[in-house]
Design a binder for this molecule. Structure first.
Ligand code: NAD
Length: 490
């Protein structure tokens, strides 16, 4: 299906969704959204003020009680209709994501499928929120537990997966009976705006989901987090911003879910199937142009296979086609903004200055758009910044190791603990190494393991809480215990 871009952009609401309508900002302020492949402005949206943020919270709180009482089957049906509508509009969502974020259209289509699964999954989970019934060990009380919606939520999402990061929060919140204010990332708000309209079209009652896009994140989040009615903040983004939000959440003792940064090790043992390892590396490194919290950030490769792995990986990267993600055949899009491209370039330049060798790539693209060539580096010193910071770009630094213990020590030598990858054909090693890895996610012989049915989340400074899976809905519930005097109690 060919999408007419100007017709599509004309369908995306440009206001703030407060209650039942899309409105201008209270001070009339706006901000622009840019296409990173061309540097052109593609849309101008209302920029929420603190007053607008509170109006959104008012609209949410006004319907919390009624929404929580709605039978789970009805909430489930709304999610299911949302899933079907997103599927019908899949090509529009994919095009929007490519336009505002840069990922190639084929990948954007993949995100629509992945992101939409959260609507289907949580439409199924909505009707399976069971409590427990039992008797105390002493026999004096009957115990009932109920899972209640946690209450009004603030959901803050990053720019890198504009649809999936929103559905991963909005769907379980709807399933659990919570109302919410969604604050999308400034760089990629269009997908969330269109998604919110799609949920209204699917029958979501006004006020349950409010959207406040804007140029200033803290002008929106601070007043909401300082308000006594808010009960929860769910954040996906960088660790430093997550830390600030956790401090702020402490003042009101808010429930928090934090999906933060990563520094994923990609370990290739000497017994790995190298075909699988190269395929896995392409997924773990190149998915989303390397702009993923799960992106392989450090390739730890056994010294006996490092040369072959590096050579073959570099050859695969040389086949990639850089360009505007909307163009046929393009496999690597631009980075999201100039600052992002410059940060990748400076990490590579510093590693090279410290002695690393460039096997392929190593340069920023020229002309309009924020491109960086797919790059493989070898001989990277273990204290290089590129191994210790999130690269967030298509760059693969390779470090060699000799023993399993050394691989584990290197892998765990980071404050992050989100994704990790292991390539080996030895089943005992799979369990030994998984036991030793301090990461919330372990991909074994696979470079992409995200799935709506699986619990996604990190340990250490990568955050707390899980999204997706059976666990995802629990983030939006609180347990109430009801103790009833046992009729046989003395
Ligand atoms: P970011 O932390 O800069 O921004 C994330 C969101 O927080 C945006 O909506 C932004 O506007 C908002 N924000 C920024 N400053 C804020 C403040 N002071 N108060 C309130 N909100 C604020 O992150 P980003 O650059 O958008 O995204 C990239 C980061 O997200 C990377 O670190 C990546 O690893 C992480 N990420 C994590 C996951 C995960 O599931 N763990 C998934 C995707 C991205």
């Amino acid at each position: 299906m060919t999408i007419n871009v100007s017709e599509l952009l004309a369908k995306v609401p440009t206001g703030l969704l407060i209650g039942d309508s899309w409105v201008e900002a209270s001070d009339g302020g706006t901000f622009d959204v840019e296409n990173p492949a061309t540097g052109e402005t593609i849309a101008t949206l209302a920029s929420a003020t603190s007053e607008d943020a509170l109006a959104a919270l008012d609209a949410a709180c006004a319907v919390q009680a009624e929404w929580a009482r709605m039978p789970a089957r009805e909430r489930s049906n709304i999610l299911r209709r949302g899933f079907e509508l997103v599927a019908e509009r899949a090509e529009e969502f994919a095009t929007l994501m490519t336009l505002e974020m840069g990922k190639p259209l084929a990948e954007a289509r993949g995100e629509v499928t992945y992101g939409n699964e959260f609507l289907r999954w949580f439409s199924e989970e909505a009707v399976r929120l069971y409590g427990r019934y039992g008797t105390t060990p002493e026999g004096n009380l009957r115990m009932l537990t109920a899972l209640k919606p946690v209450g009004p939520c603030l959901l803050i999402t990053p720019w890198n997966f504009p649809l999936a990061m929103a559905t991963r929060k909005v769907a379980p919140a709807i399933a659990a009976g919570c109302v919410m204010v969604l604050k999308p990332a400034r760089l990629t708000p269009l997908t969330s705006q269109y998604f919110a309209q799609t949920m209204l079209d699917a029958g979501l009652p006004a006020g349950v989901l409010n959207v406040v896009s804007g140029a200033s994140a803290s002008a929106i989040s601070n007043p909401i987090m300082e308000d006594d009615r808010l009960r929860k903040v769910s954040f996906t983004g960088s660790t430093p911003v997550g830390q600030q939000l956790l401090k702020k959440a402490a003042d009101k003792v808010l429930r928090t879910s934090m999906e933060l940064g990563g520094n994923a090790p990609f370990i290739v043992f000497e017994d790995a199937d190298l075909d699988l390892a190269i395929e896995g590396a392409m997924g773990a490194k190149m998915r989303n142009i390397g702009e993923a919290c799960t992106a392989a950030n450090r390739f730890l490769v056994h010294e006996s296979v490092a040369d072959e792995f590096g050579r073959r990986f570099a050859a695969r990267l040389e086949e990639q086609v850089l360009g505007n993600g909307l163009d046929e055949g393009v496999t690597v899009g631009p980075l999201v903004e100039e600052k992002a491209r410059d940060s990748v370039a400076s990490l590579v330049d510093a590693a090279v200055a410290e002695g690393a060798t460039v096997l392929t790539g190593g340069k920023a693209g020229t002309g309009a758009g924020y491109f960086y060539e797919p790059t493989v580096l070898t001989g990277v010193s273990t204290d290089a910044a590129i191994l210790n910071e999130e690269i967030f770009g298509p760059v693969a630094p390779i470090v060699t190791f000799q023993t399993e213990e050394e691989a584990l020590r290197l892998a765990n030598s980071t404050e992050y603990g989100l994704a990790s990858y292991v390539f080996t054909q030895d089943t005992s090693r799979i369990f030994r190494v998984s036991d030793g890895l301090e990461f919330g996610l372990v991909g074994v012989n696979s470079g992409v393991i995200s799935n709506a049915a699986a619990p996604f989340g990190g340990v250490k400074q990568s955050g707390m809480g899980r999204e997706g899976g059976l666990e995802g809905i629990e983030e939006y519930t609180s347990v109430q215990y009801i103790g009833i005097r046992d009729p046989y109690a003395g």
